[in-house]
Write a protein that binds this ligand. Structure first.
Ligand code: ZN
Ligand code: ZN
Length: 353
């Protein structure tokens, strides 16, 4: 869904909010908690806080629409579906977003994070990780569990792959570079005395530059193929990459301009965002449109709750993070801060001097 608010000559500013939810059963106990199930029967919850993003962008558009005398230019509000499946931004581009909005000079987006509510934080350069998920099927030869000589055991093969993959980050990525490689699922077999004929490994990779990204993905494929050879696997493995998220690499000039506007408006509530290992498909939109962009974080945790956890050194344990069934951004000052942040950032381009 795209709204265009044309208000005279000037820059074209695109603000984007993602709208989708997650198949998580909400356990916040809030009166406005998500319904138990969606139409498809799966649990559903705004566990990533995208409902916050939608409300803030609606609020920002309403404020700017009411104050047309204060600015000049065009505001493009993009409400994007399917961020969590990494294909919503691309789908909007494929559906003709570029021709729909015409010109765009700068694109911006924000995310509510497990940081103190009322704060906004920006970062220049790589800010959110690129992400790649892989589904790997390795083949063995099934047999009776008592007759291993008749088998090529895919359980052992998959186990060797998992162990060897631990060396990719430890031994192949330069100490100054960052990468995360997690094997999130390994599945094989049905019974203690049956050697199965295949194993399926699901893994997830996070990186912050394309060189590291491609070298890690190459290393995974090399190791998988080599372990299959080492085991005498009867068939080549199948390696499928899915849920690919682009790197979010904030433009320095755009970010500096937004950060200066935040400092002027928010004072000490503005800060620097730490590099995040989460991922986003927002940058597909500005990259697809060929325009610079920035992406910032807003806090969603009650400041006093956060302070207590921080002083006890227990933020990681006590503060629910995005995608948790108990993630519950406080309504205020989260919504006011996110709404103001969008308005302030947009006015950094659209405001009358
Ligand atoms: Zn999410
Ligand atoms: Zn999200």
């Amino acid at each position: 869904m795209v709204g265009v608010l044309a208000n005279g000559p000037g820059p074209f500013v695109l603000l984007r909010a993602d709208m989708d939810a997650l198949p998580v059963r909400e356990s916040t106990g809030l009166s406005y908690a998500s319904a138990d199930t969606s139409a498809s029967g799966e649990p559903v919850m705004h566990a990533c806080g995208h409902d916050v993003h939608v409300v803030c962008l609606l609020g920002a558009v309403a404020l700017l629409a009411r104050a047309r005398d204060e600015w000049s230019g065009t505001l493009v509000a993009v409400f994007q579906p399917a961020e969590e499946t990494a294909d919503g931004a691309h789908a909007m581009l494929d559906d003709g977003l570029a021709s729909l909005v015409g010109r765009v000079d700068v694109a911006m987006a924000q995310h509510v994070l497990p940081l103190p509510a009322g704060t906004v934080s920006t970062r220049v350069g790589p800010t959110l990780a690129a992400a790649d998920s892989l589904r790997i099927v390795v083949h063995g030869r099934g047999a009776h569990g008592s007759m291993p000589q008749a088998a090529v055991d895919p359980v052992v093969l998959a186990a060797m792959i998992v162990v060897r993959l631990q060396t990719v980050v430890a031994r192949e990525v330069a100490p100054g570079d960052t990468a995360v490689l997690t094997v999130g699922s390994i599945q094989a077999g049905t019974k203690s005395n049956v050697i199965p004929d295949q194993a399926v490994v699901l893994l997830n990779v996070r990186t912050y530059d394309e060189r590291t990204r491609s070298s890690v993905l190459d290393a995974i494929e090399r190791i998988v193929r080599a372990e299959c050879v080492a085991s005498g696997s009867p068939r080549d493995p199948e390696v499928q990459v899915f849920d690919r998220y682009p790197l979010t690499d904030n433009d320095a000039d755009v970010t500096d301009r937004v950060a200066a506007a935040f400092t002027a408006h928010f004072g000490e509530r503005g800060g620097v965002l730490a590099q995040q290992s989460a991922s986003e498909d927002f940058s597909d939109i500005p990259v697809g449109l060929g325009v610079p962009y920035t992406y910032w974080g807003i806090g969603g945790i009650d400041p006093e709750t956060y302070r207590v956890a921080d002083e006890a050194g227990r933020v990681a344990q006590d503060i629910p993070v995005n995608h948790s069934a108990t993630f519950a951004p406080v309504i205020q000052p989260t919504l006011d801060t996110g709404t103001e942040a969008l308005v302030v950032a947009a006015l950094a381009w659209l405001g009358r001097a």
